[in-house]
Design a protein around this ligand. Structure first.
Ligand SMILES: Nc1ncnc2c1ncn2[C@@H]1O[C@H](COP(=O)(O)OP(=O)(O)O)[C@@H](O)[C@H]1O
Ligand SMILES: [Mg+2]
Length: 297
């Protein structure tokens, strides 16, 4: 699992949350949300991170972006270790990593016009002149397929798909190299989902972006991702180039996920083996079952 040219490299990342209950909020143990995750994201590529709700996907993204601090583990970005950087040292890197969310409402301030929301990033990117800022805002809107007039409107005036486009324009405003997409289409109408996915693909080709694409929709993942990592209870179970993973899934949990959806890329999958009740992923290690195809066993 070593990619020397990775843009982002995550090693043995761990994060637990205290579970508190009752009036006194007594601590009742901890949830091991992320329990030793390894990831590599290559330049201009998309890594899919899949797994059922609660397995720790969003926590991984938040740890990478430093919205949360890890308990342990290492994160390298563009060859440099960023795990222990202080806020000041991390600041220039923050521009290079952006996130888009399931609900763009969480990244768009409802009281700011689109121009104001995107304008923040444009200023951070170093464009000081007002006229040049406006031109850049309109250029970014054009890149995501929105008319220039939308700049003076508010988020509530748009449909979900349009709002997601604005969210993408806002993420692009600082010229990032990596975008963490956390279920970016799950809240959208099915008819709109493909448009947003194709937009993300086109932007990747045009700008050479890397994506971490978090999703539970395996059909979408098989379409957009170059490489896929399957996560279960805070750990990666299987990791392989997308085609390899979908054509020859090896881990019982991957089979279980795949059997829950219409077969992807043709070909039926073997019936899913139920996961053993005693199955403890921590007792297993990642093994390279075929070149480039890693499985926990
Ligand atoms: N801030 C938090 N405080 C306490 N528990 C949390 C927090 N964030 C996530 N968790 C728990 O960590 C686990 C993983 O959550 P999450 O990363 O959101 O999963 P996913 O994105 O795969 O659905 C879940 O059990 C969730 O309840
Ligand atoms: Mg999540």
């Amino acid at each position: 699992m070593n990619a020397p040219n990775a843009l982002l490299q995550v090693r043995d990342l761990k994060k637990s949350f205290a579970v508190r209950r009752g009036f006194l909020q007594r601590s009742e143990g901890a949830v091991r949300a992320v329990d030793g995750v390894d990831l590599d994201i290559l330049p201009h590529q998309t890594l899919g991170l899949v797994g059922e709700s609660g397995c720790g996907k969003s926590t991984v993204a938040r740890l990478i972006l430093r919205l949360l601090y890890p308990d342990s583990g290492r994160i390298h970005f563009n060859g440099s270790e960023i795990t222990d950087l202080n806020e000041r040292a991390f600041k220039p890197l923050r521009k290079q990593m952006q996130m888009i969310f399931q609900d763009p409402y969480s990244s768009l301030n409802p009281r700011m016009t689109v121009a104001q929301s995107i304008g923040e990033g444009v200023r951070i990117a170093g464009i000081a002149d007002k006229t040049a800022q406006r031109r850049q805002i309109e250029r970014l809107l054009d890149m995501v397929g929105m008319p220039a007039e939308s700049a003076d409107r508010y988020p509530h005036e748009f449909s979900g798909g349009q709002r997601q486009r604005v969210g993408i324009a806002r993420a692009l405003s600082v010229s990032p190299r990596l975008i963490l997409c956390d279920e970016p289409i799950s809240a959208l109408d099915v008819s709109i989902q493909a448009q947003i996915i194709n937009l993300l693909k086109d932007l990747q080709d045009e700008l050479g972006l890397s994506y971490l694409f978090i999703s539970h929709d395996l059909n979408v993942v098989s379409y957009i991702c170059d490489h896929v990592s399957v996560m279960y209870r805070g750990l990666i179970m299987e990791s392989a180039p997308a085609q390899m993973l979908f054509d020859h899934p090896r881990h019982p949990y991957t089979l279980k996920l795949l059997s829950a959806v219409t077969p992807v890329r043709g070909g039926a999958h073997p019936a899913s083996a139920p996961l053993d009740e005693d199955f403890d992923p921590q007792k297993q290690t990642m093994v390279e079952a075929a070149p480039g195809h890693w499985v926990r066993m």
